[in-house]
Design a protein around this ligand. Structure first.
Ligand code: COA
Length: 374
């Protein structure tokens, strides 16, 4: 058996930023427009009026202050309220592949490796730009990687489930060097016209290079162990899919064709699931929470992360022990914990332990226990 190790990570960050102030101005203009257009139905009590959003609420409820997006013009236009993306020809790289390749190059550079030595590419994300061919196979081709590639989707836990898959293959010897890539164009599945969630998501791509520890040419994080779990829930759901056309009113502008969640229930049900999952993972590895130097948690909500940190460590974590990036990036689905890991892991010392943990739709939760080697 080989020891798998993370030797490089990369983050692609889009150029456009939308601040909470910009977002709220656009949403409120949309709400006013909607209320004027539907004045008669609202007055008759047939549809509810849209209420204004507020910056204060967004920061208090989520901790999010801004988000990066591929296109901001469409999102901020009160009569459009979604990103406007250029139609790409079939002989051009797809958007997800382009973002993923950028992040992958950064991960390879950090590890000091060429794409040619990669023999597994997993594109793990909440949404795929098309049904087939797999985005991962396109990325494999654009990078000039060998071996094989496939897509997988476990929503917000896609990255950790992908890391487990790659690490297990490296352990067994079926592959030698793998890229797990998470291009998340969350702006395209977010309902920007819904006040309850319009502030939640942002766009990004992350990449993680995993290879045999013996092949590492610089410092690395050994993947000591991984643990994944799922439990079915409808509290985070998106009904969009290829059967849409075949169903009555399937092509209508329907709310359930975008991200939907019962945020309060998610909060209540996912928090104990995650805290218990992490504690059980640590126990099975004979690690006590006090030994953990860092927690790189899924980046959905600051209060949620504060709660999990307190539950796992048994005390309030120092900000540096549990770094958040959601204030800048918002929720970037599977990529969030990897951005946190990529930006806040260099300072760990030889022998230090840390844990990546993601959680979300499914429900799903995935944790990766890492040990620093220098
Ligand atoms: N501006 C102002 N007020 C708003 C608002 C907005 N943008 N959105 C909602 N409100 C109002 C609500 O209407 C509600 O009013 P009411 O009390 O009069 O009914 C009040 O603020 C509280 O709304 P609620 O949705 O209960 O807020 P919350 O504290 O639960 O926060 C979330 C909402 C979504 C931030 C929070 O539930 C959450 O983060 N949940 C988990 C998310 C998660 O991890 N999801 C995983 C996705 S991958």
């Amino acid at each position: 058996m080989h020891r798998p190790a993370i030797t490089g990570t990369g983050v692609f960050t889009p150029e456009n930023v939308i601040t909470n102030a910009e977002l709220v101005v656009a949403f409120n203009a949309h709400a006013d427009l909607y209320n004027a257009e539907n004045a008669a139905a609202i007055a008759a009590g047939e549809v509810p009026a849209k209420e204004h959003s507020s910056e204060d609420f967004i920061v208090k409820a989520s901790g999010i202050k801004q988000r990066y997006v591929i296109d901001k013009e469409g999102i901020l236009d009160p009569s459009i309220m979604h990103p406007l993306l250029r139609q790409r020809r079939d002989d051009e790289p797809s958007l997800m592949a382009e973002m993923g390749v950028d992040a992958a190059h950064k991960a390879l550079l950090q590890a000091g490796k060429d794409a040619g030595g990669v023999d597994l590419v997993i594109c793990a994300a909440s949404n795929m730009e098309r049904a087939y061919p797999a985005i991962a196979v396109e990325i494999q081709s654009l990078l000039g990687a060998g071996g094989f590639a496939f897509d997988m989707n476990v929503a917000c836990s896609s990255a950790t489930f992908g890391i487990q898959t790659a690490a297990d293959m490296i352990r067994s010897g079926s592959v030698r060097r793998a890229l797990v890539i998470n291009p998340e164009i969350c702006s395209a599945h977010l309902e920007w016209r819904d006040r309850d969630c319009h502030f939640i998501f942002g766009d990004v791509a992350t990449a993680t290079l995993i290879e045999r520890a013996d092949d590492a040419t610089a410092g690395y994080f050994e993947v000591k162990s991984t643990r994944c779990a799922t439990e079915f829930s409808n509290n985070i759901r998106n009904n969009n899919g290829y059967l849409r056309r075949s169903r009555p009113a399937g092509m209508a502008d329907r709310r359930d064709m975008q991200f939907m969640q019962n945020g309060r229930k998610v909060f209540k049900e996912v928090l104990p699931m995650v805290s218990e999952h992490i504690s059980a993972h640590l126990t099975s590895e004979n690690v006590v929470a006090a030994d953990l130097k860092r927690l790189w948690l899924h980046q959905a909500n600051k209060t949620m992360n504060d709660f999990i940190g307190r539950k796992v460590l048994g005390r309030t974590p120092q900000p540096a022990e549990q770094p958040n990036i959601l204030q800048d990036y918002a929720n970037t689905s599977s990529a969030g914990s990897i951005i946190a890991f990529s930006k806040y892991s260099d300072d760990l010392q030889a022998g230090d332990l840390g844990l990546i943990c993601s959680f979300g739709a499914g429900y799903s939760v995935g944790s990766v226990l890492l040990k620093r080697h220098i």
